[in-house]
Ligand binder design. Structure first.
Ligand code: HEC
Length: 122
C-alpha cells in the first residue's frame, strides 16, 4: 500500500513540476516572447543568405535576399510559419523553416528585430 501511495505522490509531484513552467508562461506574458541572445545562436544558418552586405547571395547564382534585420518580430515569425506550413514557398526557406520550432522562430525574430537596419551597398 505505502509504496503505491508514495509512487503516486511522486508522479503527481513530477507532473506538477513538468506543467508548472507552461502554466507560469501562460499566466505571465500575454504573448510568448523570443530571447535575442538565444536567437543569436540560431542564426548561423541564416546569415549566409540574410546577413551579407548588399543582400545578395551567390549560390547557385547571384540573387537577392530579403532584408530581415530590423523587421518587427511578428513579421518574421509570420513569414517563417507561412513557409513551414506551406502557405508560402521558396526552396531554401521551406526546408529551413521546417527545421525551426515556434520558440526558435521567436528567438530568431527577437534577434533580427534588434539588429540594426543596414543600408544595402549597391
Ligand atoms: C539559401 C539562402 C537562405 C537561407 C540559408 C535562409 N534564407 Fe530566408 N530567405 C531566402 C530567400 C531567397 C528569401 C525570399 C524567398 C521568397 O521570395 O519567398 C527568404 C525569405 C525569408 C523571410 C521572408 C522575408 C520577407 O520579407 O518576406 C524570412 C523571415 C526569412 N527568410 C528568414 C530566414 C531565417 C530566420 C533563416 C535561418 C533560420 C533563413 N531565412 C535562412 C534565402 C535564405
Amino acid at each position: 500500500m505505502t509504496p503505491i501511495v508514495t509512487r503516486l505522490t511522486l508522479l503527481t509531484a513530477l507532473a506538477v513540476v513538468a506543467l508548472a513552467p507552461t502554466w507560469a508562461a501562460a499566466q505571465s506574458a500575454p504573448a510568448p516572447t523570443g530571447d535575442p541572445l538565444k536567437g543569436a545562436q540560431k542564426v548561423q544558418m541564416c546569415q549566409g543568405c540574410h546577413g551579407i552586405v548588399g543582400w545578395r547571395t551567390a549560390y547557385p547564382e547571384v540573387y537577392r535576399v530579403p532584408k530581415i534585420a530590423g523587421q518587427h518580430p511578428p513579421y518574421i515569425v509570420a513569414a517563417l510559419k507561412e513557409y513551414r506550413e506551406g502557405q508560402r514557398h521558396h526552396p531554401s526557406m521551406d526546408a529551413i523553416a521546417a527545421s525551426l520550432t515556434d520558440q526558435d522562430m521567436l528567438d530568431i525574430a527577437a534577434y533580427y528585430s534588434q539588429s540594426p537596419l543596414q543600408t544595402a551597398v549597391k
